[in-house]
Design a protein. Structure first.
Ligand code: C2O
Ligand code: CU
Ligand code: CU
Length: 423
C-alpha cells in the first residue's frame, strides 16, 4: 500500500524473463515482476484506488474478472492503455467474499498476453463469512493455485506467435503458479486451495492421486450454498473453485498429488505436519433459503445467446465482436434470464466457457435440469457443452458497458464477444 499518494496500489504490466528450464531464460510478461502478479486483496465493502501502468511495448488493459464494478473501471477492450501510459481505477468490493482474478483484455492481444504470463489473483476477503472455520492464513493453509498449460518451442521459449492455435492454444505441460514441476509442502492437516484455471483453452478435471474425496466450498463468486463432498472438480478456462483437503484423513504413506483426469501429476504434495491426530475438520453449513426462489426459476428468458463455430469462424448470434455495436441493453439491478445455447456443428462442436463481466450470476438450469450442488453458488463463467442450453439469472449492480464472451482466449480474440449496456 502506497502512503501519501493518490492511489493505494500500483499494478504495472511489464516485460521480463523467466527460467522454466535449467539454464534457459525465455521472455515473459508479468505484473510488478517477471511472471503473473501479486495477489490483490480487497476487504468486503472496501474501496481502493489502483494505479495501472503499461510498461509493455503494446497496448493492454487491466480487467478485474468477477468484480462487480462500473463498466468504466472494468478494463474491457474499450479501455486500452497505450505503452508508457497509466490511469487510476477505483475498485469497490461490493460483493461476497470470493476468489477472483485479473488479467489483460486488449482486443486481439488477450490470448498472447495471458499466455506470456499476465494474470493474478484478486481476493475479496470476507468479514462475516468466517462461520465455517475456514482456513484463512494466506500461504500457510490458504493457498492460491493457478493452473495453466503451456507449450514451449524447441529452444524452450514461450513463442506464442509460432505455437498458438486459433482454436485455443493447448500446452503439453502444466504450470502451477508459473512453476514447471511444482511441489507443495503441506504444513497443516486441513488445507484450503483457491484454484483458478488460468489456461487459454484447456479444461481441467482435477482429482487426488489416491482417489480420495475432498470438499468443494466455493465457486467463482463466493461460498456455495452448502459444501459439497466430491472426488473430482472440473474447471473450464477462467473458472475458480475453492476446495478443502483434509490430509490427516488420507493414508499418508502413499504420496498424494493433484492429478488431471488421466492421472498425470499436476501438483505433488509433501506432507509435513505435526500431528496426524484427527482434528475436527468437518465444515458444514446450509443456507436457510433455497438457492433459487420459485419466482427466479419461473422468470421467462429475455436474452438469447447462440455460441457457434470454431477456429476463426467463431460467432455469437451469428456476429463477431464490433466495438461500435451494443448487442443488448439491461437495466441495472433488474434480473433477467439469459439463455446460452452452444450450437453444435457438423463436427459435433466444442465446449465454450461463457463469461459475463460486471456480474455474479446464478445458473438456473442446464437443459432444463436445476444446477448440481457444486454449481449452487455465484458464478461469472460457465462451461457449456456442445448442444447444451444453459439458463442464467443475470443481475448487474452497476452501470456501464460490459463484455460477454467465450473465455477460450483465442475465440475471444477472434471476435466471440459481445457488449451489453447496463443503464
Ligand atoms: Cu476473464 Cu472478459 O474476461
Ligand atoms: Cu471478465
Ligand atoms: Cu469458444
Amino acid at each position: 500500500k502506497q502512503q501519501g499518494s493518490d492511489f493505494d496500489y500500483e499494478v504495472v504490466a511489464q516485460e521480463g524473463t523467466t527460467q522454466f528450464f535449467d539454464g534457459t531464460q525465455t521472455k515473459t510478461y508479468g505484473y510488478n515482476g517477471n511472471l503473473l502478479g501479486p495477489t490483490v486483496r480487497l476487504k468486503e465493502g472496501e474501496t481502493v484506488k489502483v494505479k495501472v501502468r503499461n510498461e509493455l511495448n503494446e497496448p493492454t488493459t487491466f480487467h478485474w474478472h468477477g468484480l462487480e464494478i462500473p463498466g468504466s473501471e472494468d478494463g474491457g477492450p474499450q479501455d486500452e492503455i497505450q505503452p508508457g501510459k497509466s490511469k487510476i481505477v477505483t475498485l469497490k468490493a461490493d460483493q461476497l467474499a470470493a476468489t477472483l482474478w485479473y488479467h489483460p483484455h486488449p482486443h486481439e492481444l488477450t490470448s498472447k498476453q495471458v499466455f506470456k504470463g499476465l494474470g493474478g489473483m484478486l481476493y475479496v476477503d470476507g468479514t462475516d463469512q468466517d462461520f465455517a472455520n475456514l482456513p484463512k492464513n494466506y500461504g500457510v493453509d490458504d493457498i492460491p493455485l493457478i493452473f495453466q498449460d503451456r507449450i514451449f518451442d524447441e529452444d524452450q521459449q514461450l513463442n506464442y506467435e509460432e505455437l498458438m492455435n486459433s482454436d485455443g492454444t493447448i500446452g503439453d505441460v502444466s504450470l502451477v503458479n508459473g512453476t514447471l514441476h511444482p511441489k507443495l509442502t503441506v504444513t497443516q492437516p486441513v488445507m484450503r486451495f483457491r484454484i483458478l484455471n488460468g489456461s487459454n483453452a484447456r479444461n481441467y478435471t482435477f482429482r487426488l492421486s489416491n482417489g480420495a474425496s475432498f470438499t468443494q466450498i466455493a465457486s467463482d463468486g463466493g461460498l456455495l450454498n452448502e459444501p459439497v463432498e466430491t472426488d473430482e472438480l472440473t474447471l473450464s478456462p477462467s473458472e475458480r473453485s475453492e476446495i478443502l483437503i483434509d490430509f490427516s484423513k488420507l493414508d499418508s504413506d502413499e504420496p498424494v498429488a493433484i492429478t488431471d483426469k488421466k492421472g498425470n501429476v499436476l501438483l505433488p504434495f509433501d506432507l509435513d505436519f505435526e500431528s496426524k491426530a484427527m482434528k475436527n475438520s468437518t465444515v458444514s453449513w446450509a443456507a436457510d433459503e433455497p438457492f433459487l426462489t420459485k419466482e427466479e426459476k419461473d422468470l421467462p428468458v429475455s436474452k438469447e445467446i447462440e455460441l457457434f463455430g470454431m477456429m476463426d469462424k467463431v460467432t455469437i448470434n451469428g456476429q463477431k465482436f464490433d466495438p461500435n455495436r451494443i448487442d443488448f441493453k439491461q437495466e441495472k439491478d433488474v434480473s433477467e434470464v439469459w439463455e446460452i445455447y452452444n450450437k453444435p456443428d457438423h463436427m459435433g462442436g466444442m465446449i465454450h466457457p461463457f463469461h459475463i463481466h460486471g456480474t455474479q450470476f446464478k445458473i438456473i438450469s442446464r437443459d432444463g435440469k436445476g444446477p448440481a450442488p457444486n454449481e449452487q453458488g455465484l458464478k461469472d463463467s460457465v462451461l457449456i457443452e456442445p448442444g447444451e442450453r444453459v439458463k442464467l439469472l443475470v443481475t448487474f449492480p452497476e452501470k456501464g458497458i460490459y463484455m460477454y464472451h467465450c473465455h477460450i482466449l483465442e475465440h475471444e480474440d477472434n471476435g466471440m464477444m459481445g457488449q451489453v449496456e447496463v443503464y
